[in-house]
Write a protein that binds this ligand. Structure first.
Ligand SMILES: O=C(O)COP(=O)(O)O
Ligand SMILES: [Mg+2]
Length: 221
């Protein structure tokens, strides 16, 4: 088994560490009901997450109507207002997430979150799930002028972490893996996330079926 040495692990959030689809589903349907559209299913939403709120709204609009009656931009405040108040009603950590994160902190590995979610929504979710203190850097899709799949999102997040050393990215979908590859950083993909295509087709360096596997795959550098 080839190992990935790391001093810094940069994690995607939705679909990787947290199963947030139920709350994102509710917020998406809140927007759709607000404009008199039919709702979408949880399974549909699970394949729409990863590129941020605007893309989620856009895909929700495309799935429920035609024409350009509404823009994602004008509906974004409706989405964010609802989601901001209901972001951890049903959201839970994936199995083994907390134990794995604590394992790496105890080994002196630095951890970060690099999500395409808005930054101001990310912090309360981490706090509500008891995770905030585990991360030395947290960046959202609006923290910089660029976001995943732009490699600078990963590299700028990593530059905010203390220390120097090799980086590993762990994510669930195309923007994570493309950003990691362009950044020259190994990409480990979880198989249970929200990817639109099977993650092995995106050619990450490794696919894992459980977060606990990271404890043997990644070695403290
Ligand atoms: O699409 C989003 O809102 C965020 O998704 P991510 O945490 O997987 O980057
Ligand atoms: Mg994700």
């Amino acid at each position: 088994m080839s190992l990935f040495p790391a001093q810094k692990i940069v994690f995607d959030l939705d679909g990787t560490l947290i199963d947030s689809a139920p709350d994102l589903h509710a917020a998406t349907n809140h927007v759709l009901e607000h404009i008199g559209r039919k709702t979408v299913t949880l399974d549909q939403v699970r394949h729409m997450v990863g590129y941020g709120a605007l893309t989620l709204i856009k895909l929700g609009l495309e799935a429920t109507g035609d024409g350009d009656e509404y823009t994602p931009e004008e509906l974004r405040p409706v989405f964010l207002d609802y989601y901001g108040k209901n972001s951890t009603a049903h959201t839970r950590l994936f199995d083994g997430a907390l134990d794995m994160l604590q394992h790496f902190r105890a080994a002196g590995v630095d951890l970060a979150i690099c999500t395409n979610k808005p930054f101001l929504l990310t912090e309360p979710i981490l706090a509500n799930l008891g995770l905030r203190d585990l991360f030395s850097a947290v960046s959202g899709g609006d923290s910089f002028d660029f976001k995943k799949p732009d490699p600078r999102h990963i590299l700028e997040t990593a530059s905010q972490m203390p220390g120097e050393g090799p980086i590993v990215m762990v994510g669930d979908s195309r923007p994570d893996i493309e950003a990691a590859r362009a950044a020259g950083v190994p990409a480990i993909a979880v198989s249970f996330g929200y990817s639109q295509t099977p993650v092995h087709e995106l050619a990450p360096d490794r696919v894992i079926d459980s977060l606990a596997e990271l404890k043997t795959l990644i070695t403290p550098a």
